[in-house]
Every structure is written in structure tokens, then in C-alpha cells.
Design a protein around this ligand. Structure first.
Ligand SMILES: *[C@@H]1O[C@H](CO)[C@@H](O)[C@H](O)[C@H]1NC(C)=O
Ligand SMILES: *[C@@H]1O[C@H](CO)[C@@H](O)[C@H](O)[C@H]1NC(C)=O
Length: 441
């Protein structure tokens, strides 16, 4: 009896670790199985939102972000995160393999053309049902959610020859300015000052570079809201200056991202060889000549054969890192938690950002795999993140202006590349004062 009791104890002592280890093994196996078989909940998604896959994985799209390529875990309960999660899985070259069809023939492009033909993309309430608080959201957020699957809008006023026109040379710098139909005065002031089209020398002299300006507009007319009918004036302006791009969507704050996306599309078609792009608002002042000097000093161009080529990862501005979405519903930048969870990627904020034409082409491609986001500069940050490109901060981009007592002193502009914000009148005065490069104070 005594012996068998002893045996029982030994047996227990031996078995216990075995049982524990086997539990652990089962747990690990189940975890691995869950991770591999995991697929995001696919509610009834309208098909047109999800770009249809395998053929669109060109080499250029298979970029390598600095962070993990995709997340197995989904930030549940936020619409944007969920949609992006689906897109990430659709376009993950490891999961999908390598498509062999060339770019431009992808399903997406075909789809784009179809949409162009049939005209308007209709609002769709499919997403709304995934946001429990949809009905309590501010109108602009609701409007955004209802049409965030639409990103192809017809161009109503185009300038296909802007970059190949009379000079028959590709511009060195293209200034793409977001403006609104009614802001005639801002546009004219920009044309007469820092956005003057033509050959321009940097402050330090030397070579002359071709600069072109184009204004990015969307609709603000009698059909899209209580707007006065300015169409005749706009037509006249466009035929005089040939620098207006107008797209067929409602010009609202949350629709500004569309201007970036559609501008990249336009650029890839009509101005793909431009070296640098300044993208900004129509209430900023830019020291264009200082900007030209800056490009030449930072060495963002390399010789390729006997041609200069700009780097395809160069983007600079007033960089904001680790920003959180604003959760106060009554503010301009409000983003509800049911729409987006997490921090924002580093982005170049405010009135203006500079990047190379080569990077713009990459942005055009990658933006197809990034769900639209209502704040345009954050969206640019998201696309850059996807490309594994970090924006560079430059203290000369003063999106929060100079200290009040310095604004009137030309010398305070010594190191400034961009300053926000200036009225058309102030632009003219400042331009005159800064004809001589400002000295340090
Ligand atoms: C993917 O396919 C393209 C041609 O379709 C090829 O040039 C490229 O090398 C492939 N990439 C990989 C990782 O196999
Ligand atoms: C953006 O434009 C589209 C097309 O005009 C419109 O349906 C939608 O409501 C607009 N979105 C916002 C947020 O205003």
C-alpha cells in the first residue's frame, strides 16, 4: 500500500508539468491558427469601394513602410481603420502574390474610366450603418462618410497644355494653389506676386528657372449651395490666365483631400516631368526666389546621365508629429472615434508643403490604396507613411505666422520660405518690400 501511494505521488509530480506544457502547446497552436485564418469582418461592402486586387500589385506599389506592413489586429469600431484594414489586405504583395499585368491596365483604371463615362458617383449610406453614432454627427462628417467611396470626379475646366505650352519646357517648379471660386482677388494677387508664372531667378542670382502656377478649384455654384452665380466671371478668368483647374465636386473643407488626389492624377497625365511642386493655400505668402535657392542648396537633385533628376522621397514643410485627432464635435477638425482611432502619422501642416514631382507620382499610385480621410494634410501624411517616406521639417514654413511685432519688418523674413496668413493687399505690399533679399535683423 505504502509503496503504491509513493508511486502515485511521483506520478503526479511527473504528470503535472507535462499537462501544463501540453496546455501551453495547445494555446500556442490555437493562437497561430487564429492569426493565420483571421480575416476582417466583411460586412456588405459596396463592391466599387474595394479595388479588385491581384493584377494591381506592380513593383512600384509594393513599397516597404518603416512600420509593419499590415496589422493582423484591427482597430475595431472605427470606420476608416476598418476600411484601410481591408485595403491593406487586398494590396499586400505577400498575401496576394505578384501580379504580372502592367500598370494602367489594372481593374481600377478600367473602373475609373467607366465611372468617368457614367458621370456622378452617388452617395451611399452603406458605411453609415457601421457607425452607431452616425445620426448624431455634424453634417460635414455625415456628408464625408456618405461619399468617401467616390474619388473620380470629372474635370470641368482643364489646362492640358500648362506644362507643355508655349515654352515647350517642363517647369522647374509648379505651384498648385487650393482656392475657391469666389477668391478672385487672392488669385490675382498671387499671380502678380509670389505665384507669377515665367522664368525666375533665385535670390542668389544664377540660373533662371521656369515657374508655373495653377489653381485647384471645385464647384461652388447655384447647384451646390446658396452661392452667387460666378460662372461667367470664372470662365473669363480661366480664358485669360489659363491657370484654373475645376472639378465636379462640392468645394467644402472635408472635400479638400479630393483636390490633392485629383491633382496627382492630373499631374501624372499632363505634367509628370515637373521637378518640384509647391502645394498650398491661397492665403499664404511664399518667398518663391528663396525657395528656388533652397532647392539648389539642399542637393535634392542628382545627375542621371546628362539630365537632372529630383529625388523621389523629398517632402518638406512645417512637420507635425504625434498629433491626435480632435474629438470636440464643434471644431473645424473634428474626427469622431467611430471614424478614426489612433494617432496621426507625421504630416506637413497648414498652408503649404513642397515635394518633388517624382514623389507626387508615387503619391498618386499609393493614394489608391489609402482610404480617403477628411483632413487633407493628414491624408498626405498617411500616403507618405505608406510609402515609407518621412516629411522633413523646415523652420522657414511659418504656418502660425511671425510674432506680431515682427510682421512689418522686412528683415524678419530673412529665413522665411512661407508665411500664413496674408490678405491680397498684404501680399502686394510684402512682395514690393522683399524685392531686395532681406538682411538679418
Ligand atoms: C513582380 O512582377 C514584376 C513584373 O510583372 C517584376 O518585374 C518584379 O520583379 C516582380 N517582383 C517580385 C518580387 O517578384
Ligand atoms: C464632396 O463632394 C461630393 C460631390 O459633390 C458631395 O456629394 C459630398 O457631399 C461632398 N462632401 C463633403 C464632406 O462636403
Amino acid at each position: 500500500m505504502a509503496r503504491s501511494r509513493c508511486n502515485g505521488k511521483i506520478l503526479c509530480l511527473c504528470l503535472l508539468p507535462c499537462v501544463m506544457v501540453s496546455h501551453l502547446l495547445v494555446y500556442i497552436m490555437v493562437s497561430i491558427f487564429v492569426a493565420f485564418s483571421y480575416s476582417p469582418p466583411l460586412p456588405q461592402l459596396p463592391l466599387h469601394f474595394i479595388a479588385t486586387g491581384a493584377s494591381t500589385n506592380s513593383g512600384a506599389l509594393a513599397s516597404h513602410p518603416v512600420r509593419p506592413f499590415w496589422k493582423l489586429k484591427l482597430e475595431d469600431g472605427a470606420l476608416w481603420n476598418r476600411l484601410q484594414h481591408i485595403l491593406d489586405r487586398e494590396h499586400n504583395p505577400i498575401l496576394r502574390g505578384n501580379g504580372t499585368r502592367s500598370k494602367g491596365q489594372s481593374h481600377d483604371t478600367i473602373h475609373l474610366q467607366e465611372m468617368g463615362k457614367t458621370g456622378a458617383c452617388k452617395q451611399d449610406s452603406a458605411w453609415a450603418s457601421h457607425m452607431p453614432d452616425f445620426n448624431t454627427l455634424p453634417d460635414q462628417m455625415k456628408d464625408f462618410v456618405l461619399s468617401m467611396h467616390c474619388r473620380h470626379y470629372a474635370i470641368l475646366v482643364d489646362q492640358p497644355n500648362l506644362c507643355s505650352g508655349q515654352e515647350s519646357t517642363t517647369p522647374f517648379l509648379l505651384m498648385a494653389i487650393k482656392s475657391q471660386v469666389g477668391n478672385f482677388e487672392n488669385r490675382q494677387a498671387i499671380r502678380e506676386t509670389w505665384g507669377r508664372s515665367g522664368w525666375m531667378q533665385g535670390d542668389s542670382g544664377g540660373r533662371r528657372w521656369l515657374v508655373r502656377t495653377v489653381f485647384l478649384l471645385a464647384r461652388q455654384d447655384t447647384e451646390t449651395g446658396p452661392h452667387p452665380d460666378l460662372s461667367a466671371l470664372l470662365k473669363l478668368e480661366s480664358s485669360t490666365h489659363k491657370d484654373i483647374l475645376l472639378w465636379d465636386f462640392k468645394d467644402t473643407f472635408y472635400n479638400l483631400t479630393l483636390k490633392d488626389v485629383l491633382f496627382w492624377d492630373w499631374l501624372s497625365k499632363h505634367c509628370s516631368h515637373v521637378h518640384f511642386i509647391f502645394k498650398g493655400d491661397d492665403d499664404v505668402f511664399v518667398r518663391t526666389k528663396a525657395l528656388l535657392d533652397y532647392f539648389n542648396n539642399v542637393g535634392v537633385q542628382k545627375m542621371h546621365g546628362n539630365k537632372m533628376k529630383a529625388r523621389d522621397d523629398f517632402v518638406v514643410g512645417d512637420v507635425i508629429a504625434n498629433a491626435w485627432p480632435i474629438r470636440q464635435p464643434d471644431t473645424k477638425y473634428y474626427i469622431p472615434e467611430s471614424f478614426y482611432k489612433g494617432t496621426y502619422p507625421a504630416y506637413a501642416g497648414g498652408g503649404g508643403v513642397v515635394y518633388t514631382g517624382a514623389l507626387a507620382l508615387r503619391l498618386q499610385e499609393v493614394s489608391r490604396w489609402v482610404s480617403l480621410f477628411p483632413i487633407d494634410d493628414v491624408y498626405l501624411g498617411m500616403c507618405l507613411h505608406r510609402l515609407g517616406v518621412s516629411p522633413t521639417h523646415h523652420s522657414g514654413f511659418l504656418t502660425f505666422d511671425l510674432p506680431e511685432d515682427l510682421r512689418q519688418k522686412p528683415c524678419a523674413y530673412h529665413n522665411v520660405l512661407l508665411v500664413h496668413k496674408r490678405t491680397p493687399k498684404e501680399m502686394l505690399t510684402l512682395w514690393k518690400e522683399l524685392q531686395v533679399p532681406p538682411q538679418e535683423c
